[in-house]
Design a protein around this ligand. Structure first.
Ligand SMILES: O=C(O)c1ccccc1NCC(=O)[C@H](O)[C@H](O)COP(=O)(O)O
Length: 233
C-alpha cells in the first residue's frame, strides 16, 4: 500500500516549475502530478519532468498523468520518470488499465468524468483494475484536452456511494470550496490544478499552501466526525 492509499492524499496536479513544486512539498502535499499530454498548458517535457521528479522523490508520490497512452509508451515513461503512480485521464477501458499496469508495474489512478447519477455506474467495472478512482468533472464539449478545466460537478451526487469505497475527488476545487466539497462528497483524498493557478498552467505558491491547509483541516474534521458517529471519540 502506498502512502496515498493509506491516508487522505492531497494531490497538486500540473506542476511545471521547481518553485511551485517546492511550494507543494513544503505545504505537505502527498502527491504531485506531472502532465504528459502535449495539448495541455501544463505539459512538461521529459527532461524537465525528470528533474521535477528527482526533486519530489521521497517527499511526495509522483504521478505521471497520461491520456489514452499505449502500454509500450507507458513502459518507456515509467522507465524514464520512475513515478509512483500513473494517472489515466482518457477513455481507458478496464482492460486497457490492466494492460498499462502489466507493462509498467505501476498502480493506476483512473479518472472518470461525472455529470449525472448515471455516470456513477461507470465506477464498478474498474474494481478489479484501477488501484484508485478519481472522480472528476467532465470537460467542456469542445475542450482541447480532457481535464484540468476548473469545473466542479454536483458533489451531492456522491453522497450515496458506499462509505467503504475509497476515491479521490477533483474538478474545480480551490482553497475556498474544498472544505465544503469534502463535507459533501466525503472523498478519501482530493486533487486540484486550476484552483491553485493564477492563469492556465501558472501555479500560485500562496494558493497551493492555502489549498493544502484547508483540505487538511476539512479531512481531519471529517475523520473526527466519523469516529464520533462510530462511538470511538
Ligand atoms: O491539467 C491538464 O492540463 C490535464 C490535461 C489532460 C488531462 C487531464 C488534465 N488534468 C487533470 C487534473 O489536473 C486533475 O486531475 C483534475 O482534473 C483537476 O483539475 P482542475 O479542475 O483544474 O482542478
Amino acid at each position: 500500500m502506498t502512502r496515498a492509499q493509506a491516508s487522505f492524499p492531497i494531490k497538486i496536479c500540473g506542476l511545471s516549475t521547481p518553485e511551485t513544486l517546492e511550494a507543494a512539498l513544503a505545504a505537505g502535499a502527498d502527491m504531485i502530478g506531472l502532465v504528459f499530454h502535449p495539448k495541455s498548458p501544463r505539459f512538461v517535457m521529459p527532461d524537465l519532468a525528470s528533474r521535477l521528479a528527482a526533486q519530489a522523490r521521497g517527499k511526495a508520490e509522483i504521478v505521471a498523468l497520461t491520456v489514452d497512452i499505449e502500454p509500450a509508451k507507458a513502459a518507456e515513461l515509467a522507465q524514464l520518470l520512475q513515478p509512483d503512480w500513473l494517472q489515466l485521464h482518457g477513455s481507458e477501458t478496464p482492460d486497457a488499465v490492466r494492460a498499462i499496469k502489466a507493462a509498467t508495474g505501476l498502480p493506476a489512478l483512473k479518472a472518470l468524468g461525472i455529470a449525472t447519477a448515471a455516470d456513477l455506474q461507470r465506477i464498478e467495472p474498474y474494481a478489479g483494475s484501477a488501484d484508485m478512482i478519481l472522480l472528476d468533472a467532465k470537460p467542456p464539449k469542445d475542450a482541447a484536452y480532457p481535464g484540468g478545466h476548473g469545473r466542479p460537478f454536483d458533489w451531492a451526487l456522491l453522497a450515496g456511494l458506499d462509505p467503504a469505497f475509497r476515491f479521490m475527488l477533483s474538478g474545480g476545487l480551490d482553497p475556498a470550496n474544498v472544505a465544503e466539497a469534502i463535507r459533501t462528497a466525503r472523498p478519501s483524498g482530493v486533487d486540484v490544478s486550476s484552483g491553485v493557478e493564477s492563469a492556465p498552467g501558472v501555479k500560485d505558491v500562496d494558493r497551493i499552501a492555502e489549498f493544502v491547509r484547508a483540505a487538511r483541516a476539512a479531512a481531519q474534521a471529517l475523520n473526527d466526525d466519523m469516529l464520533k458517529k462510530a462511538g470511538k471519540a
